[in-house]
Every structure is written in C-alpha cells, then in structure tokens.
Design a protein around this ligand. Sequence first.
Ligand code: HEM
Length: 333
Amino acid sequence: MMYLPKVLHVAATASLLALPLAPRIAQAQTKTLPEQIADVMVKLAGGVHPGLRITHTKGLVATGTFTAAPGAKTLSRAAHLQGAPVPVTVRFSDGSGIPNIPDNNPNASPHGLAIRFALPGGAYTDIVANSHNGFFVGNGNDFLAFLTAVASTTDKSPHPSPIEAFLGAHPAALKVAMESRAASKSFENLDFYGNNAFIFVDAAGNKHPFRYQIIPVAGVVKLDSATAAKQKPDYMFDDLKRAVAKGPVKYTIYAQLANPGDPTNDGSVVWPADRKRVELGTLSVTKLVANSDSAQKALAFNPIILTNGITLSDDPLPSIRSAVYALSVAHRR
Ligand code: HEM
C-alpha cells in the first residue's frame, strides 16, 4: 500500500487542468494500461526518483546458491531444478516507491524477494515474489483501479474515501491490506509467495500448474505493534546484513500444485493450504554484493523471464507486470 502526499495530489490536478481538453483526452486514450499503471506508481512515489525503481525502491542485493531437492526434477526439466547447485543473485526489497521508507511502515509491506538463477551457457530465470500469500487483485485493470483509488485518497476525503470504496468492493485486496500491516522481525523470518501461477513441464512433457512459496528456514516471526514501533528505519536491512555476514540465510522453495479446478488466472484467489506442496530446493544467501546500489540499478528482474521447463499459465498478471517493470527499468536507466 502506498500513500499519495496531499501536495502532489494538488500538483497533479493543477497540471491536468492546465492542459486544453482535446490533448488531455487524446493523451489519456493513447496511454496503454501498463503506462497508466506506471504513471500512478510514479505519482504514489512522490514523482520520479532518478536511477531508482518506481516501486519496491528500497532494496539490497546479495548472492548465494540454489540447490534443487530430488522432487524438483519430477515436476520440471528446467536446468536449475535437476540437482546441481546453481549461483543466484537476489534482491530483498520494501514495497512502495518511497526510497527511504522505514521498514516498519505498513506501506513497506508486502516486502519483496526477487531471485535470479544462473543457468548453464549464461542464460537465467527469475522468481519475483512478495511477502503476502495472495495478491491484491487478479488483473491489470483492477490493479490500476486500486492504485488510482490509493492516489485519489487524502486525509480530507469524505467517507467512504476512494480506497475505502475500492477495498469494500474487493475483499481480497482488503485482506492483503490488513494482513500485510504486521511488521516482520526480519527478512530471515519472512515468507514470500509468487502469487501468480506458472506451469512446470517435466521431461515427458507433462504439465503441472503451480505457485511458488519461499519459506524461511529460521521460521516466520512477526512483531507486535509496540515492538514494531520501536524499530529503527532500516532495521530489517541492517539485520539482514548482519545475518548474511554470520552465515547463510536459508529459505526452502516449494511449488504449491493446483488441484483440478483451482483458478490459475487470478492471483488474488489463494489456493487452499491442503494442496500438495513439493519441495523444489534450498536457497542459501551467502554474500552481500560489494556495491548494492549500482548492482540494483543494473538488475532488472522480471517474472516472465522463464526457461525450458517453466511456462506462463493463463494468469494475466505476469505479462502486465513485465510491461510495467520494463517502463520502470527505462525510468532508472
Ligand atoms: C499488475 C501487478 C503488478 C505491477 C504493475 C507491478 C509493478 C512493479 C514494478 C514497476 C516494479 C519495479 C521493477 C523494476 O524497476 O525493476 C516492481 C517490482 C517488484 N514487484 Fe511488482 N508489480 C505487480 C505485481 C507484483 C506481484 C504479484 C508481486 C509478487 C508476488 C510483485 C513483486 C515485486 C517485487 C519483489 C519487486 C522488486 C523486484 C526487484 O527487486 O527488482 N509485484 N513491480
């Protein structure tokens, strides 16, 4: 969740009013959905922050290895899932486009974990996950409506405010907004979810729809609100730096498999917890990169960078996401 400072709201409205009507309409009509989403994200971030992501802006880059568990290759023929350890680059992040958002600010949640697996021959594949099981909405139009509602809400909005009205009509988004407010003890104690469905293809060509779950080996720990309020602004990143320096920070990556009939086209619908979960392997984060700021500027994770053995499902979000991520990359480069 993100909050639009009042002053910006006024500035945005004023600049719109300054345009003659016809170009204004033409401009609105020519913007694609990803462009409109990116525009609202920039607005929510308080404008463009040169060189930085338009959301998930505050982050830290590290490296490590991923070692597949024996069950992984039964689901997918992807090179990194066959058993040999592969190098990974990861980026931990706070949600929101505010570059210095305190880690205990509710708008910093859901937090992010992006993982890039190095494949033989120089190729790579990504997982881009966040710390809530279930996304706010299931498609790009609803995401634009959600962000627009956040951006149109001020302290002075009469009730129901635009965001109250949106959340009232979208119970899944309300659930994410409420549940992700609890601050986490640390990134080492945080669980992450791919939310979008992908399809594994095994050696025989069989297809297995699934979603990623990334569970910390140290266990999931949340802070009560009094303890959360006492934390320093960078407590999660400071703690992560200390933890990685001491020894590997580990997560188990699972595939939650869809039962027949489970929707693969709506990342806001959480599949029941009794669905079969196959352990894909262990992610070990072992080293901070020397210059995280320049590394994160250069890195461009993308949920649709897949590889032979993993394909898109009918979930509409990854493609929309990919287009908006590309716009964000264009901004920072
Ligand atoms: C329509 C829905 C979504 C849109 C438009 C969107 C948009 C974006 C954009 C523009 C970025 C910045 C990319 C960059 O500059 O490299 C970003 C980053 C990120 N997003 Fe999303 N996102 C969406 C949904 C999701 C979902 C469902 C998840 C996770 C389940 C997610 C997790 C993340 C993470 C972890 C990052 C940071 C990646 C990094 O560390 O570079 N996003 N998102």
